[in-house]
Ligand binder design. Structure first.
Ligand code: FAD
Ligand code: MLT
Ligand code: ZN
Length: 473
């Protein structure tokens, strides 16, 4: 579709460093998975809340659609523009300052474009911990993480991004600003609007700043990679740790033999620290904020009991931080290994934790029945009941032919998830990919209420159109 040219006014607000056009926009117009590509009159790169607000006002006046973008690591095409004539991408990347770290109140106030790994590092420099942790942490930004209510590896202990946020500053679709940068633990003054923008995927406004919660830094850790005979054993192992000391479990991740095989084949510099490859793996990571917490003893005693019960057949305990990182790399590289291994269809479903083994078995069987030779690659956050029921294309099948079945595959997985009382998205959100699912799963009063909120805050429909709700012309 032919693009309109950018009306005058934006350059005056943003200056030359704040605007990208032409080929400079390339990286902003496609998504990480390579599923979507769109177009934009320009990429706006404001450097302050005032500039964001002025740009949004101008867009509202001129009927220009806005695609807010952070690190552009969305798994569901949530930050990628469509193919329409009057739209811009608004990148928060230049708003990446840490405004305040307060270790007395254990808070950190940051701009939305701060990269997660930088936020973790700044917290560490102050002897504190910002616990959100996921594979995209070197690229994903605080605004994007809050807008998707990101989960990741430490949700089992610290909760999702929502639980890590105390206050927000947000530019609404008319350019007005909610100045909600409060750092209060308790605040019951009317509707908790801050929570409306968490998980809204940029459809209700643009998060420009946030007050984040900090925690005491970990002074002791103990980590192991375990081989398990089946999914039930991996879950039984999680229960053992939870029963022994729930507060010590920082992460409990499941991986299949197929996924681990892809990592070992496609990622450089990794090695399996076990005697032989297994069909199922569990990664357990314990941490405590005090030294002398006895985590190594806890790890050994629980694993010993699990070995005796046959729930674990082999285990590698990290003897150093380098070994701990090497174990984590085997888990974190799953998405990249899948990408390198060819086409895959992803899902980020959740079920009650007790139903995880049934989910893995039944969804894998459903996928194999649908596409003979396709390889289920289930992995993820077992302790949260959130498994990525991903499917890798059969060897020898054309990628396009496989991807043409994406919706059939997601439907097959979702049928199992629905039967087990789960959700079609536990962490990646709806984006552009799953708008149909939202209507199907959350129809009736729930969907109508969501629509009413969208219409009330964004009556012109300029904020991230086509995301969460289907695009209207
Ligand atoms: P973007 O991709 O830029 O945007 C995501 C959504 O938020 C879009 O809808 C966008 O419009 C909106 N948005 C962005 N910034 C703002 C803002 N300031 N205000 C309003 N709206 C905004 N996710 C998990 O939850 N858990 C995981 O374990 C996990 N692992 C991943 C591993 C890899 C290798 C990759 C590539 C992705 C992974 N993800 C995971 C998905 C992704 O990293 C998260 O969804 C993350 O929160 C997106 O952050 P971002 O800054 O890249 O946002
Ligand atoms: C992860 O947990 O690594 C991602 O959310 C999952 C994925 O790539 O499918
Ligand atoms: Zn995940």
């Amino acid at each position: 579709m032919p693009l309109d040219s950018l009306p005058p006014g934006f350059a005056d607000i943003l200056g030359p460093s704040g605007l990208l056009t032409g080929a400079d926009m390339d990286a902003y117009l496609a998504d990480w998975r390579g599923l979507y590509r769109g177009q934009a009159m320009a990429v706006l790169r404001p450097g302050s809340t005032e500039e964001v607000a002025a740009c949004v006002k101008l867009c509202a006046a001129q009927g220009i659609r806005i695609y807010p973008q952070g690190g552009n690591t969305s798994m569901v095409g949530g930050a990628t523009p469509q193919d329409a004539p009057r739209q811009v991408v608004l990148s928060l990347a230049r708003m990446n300052r840490v405004l305040d770290v307060d270790v007395a109140d254990m808070t950190m106030t940051v701009e939305a474009g701060l990269v997660l790994a930088t936020a973790q590092g700044v917290a560490a420099e102050h002897g504190a911990l910002f616990p959100l942790s996921l594979g995209a942490e070197g690229t994903a930004m605080i605004g994007g993480l809050l807008s998707t209510n990101a989960g990741g590896n430490t949700t089992v202990r610290y909760g999702n991004a929502r639980e890590l946020m105390l206050g927000l500053e947000v530019v609404l679709p008319d350019g007005s600003v909610i100045e909600g940068l409060r750092r209060l633990r308790k605040d019951n003054t009317g509707y908790a609007l801050r929570h409306l923008f968490v998980g809204a995927e940029g459809t209700l406004g643009i998060i420009t700043k946030a007050v984040l919660r900090l925690f005491p830094a970990a002074r002791e850790t103990a980590t192991a990679l375990c081989a398990c005979p089946d999914e039930d054993s991996a879950l039984a192992l999680f229960r053992r740790f939870r029963a022994a000391d729930e507060g010590a479990v920082r992460a409990f991740e499941y991986m299949s033999g197929t996924g681990m095989g892809l990592v070992l084949r496609h990622i450089e510099g990794v090695a399996l620290p076990l005697a032989e490859e297994a069909a199922h793996y569990a990664l357990v990571d314990l941490s405590a904020s005090r030294e002398g917490a006895g985590l190594r003893g806890l790890l050994e005693s629980v694993l010993e009991a699990a070995l005796e019960a046959g729930e674990v057949t082999d285990a590698a305990l990290a003897e150093s931080e380098a070994q701990r990182q090497a174990i984590w790399k085997l888990r974190e590289e799953h998405p990249e290994a899948q990408k390198r291994a060819g086409a895959s269809v992803k899902s980020d479903v959740s079920v009650p934790v007790s139903a995880v083994p049934a989910l893995i078995r039944e969804a894998s069987a459903a996928c194999r029945a649908l596409i003979p030779g396709a390889r289920p690659v289930p992995f993820g956050h077992m302790g949260d009941g959130n498994i990525h029921m991903n499917l890798q294309q059969p060897e020898g099948m054309a990628a396009d032919e496989f991807l043409a079945r994406s919706h059939d595959i997601m439907d097959a997985v979702n049928a199992v998830v629905r039967r087990l009382g789960g959700s079609f998205s536990a962490e990646h959100g709806v984006g552009r990919l799953k708008t149909g699912m939202l209507e199907e799963w959350r129809g009736g009063a729930e969907y109508a209420a969501m629509r009413a909120i969208k219409a009330a805050l964004d009556p012109r429909g300029i904020m991230n159109p086509g995301v969460v709700f289907p695009a209207t012309p």
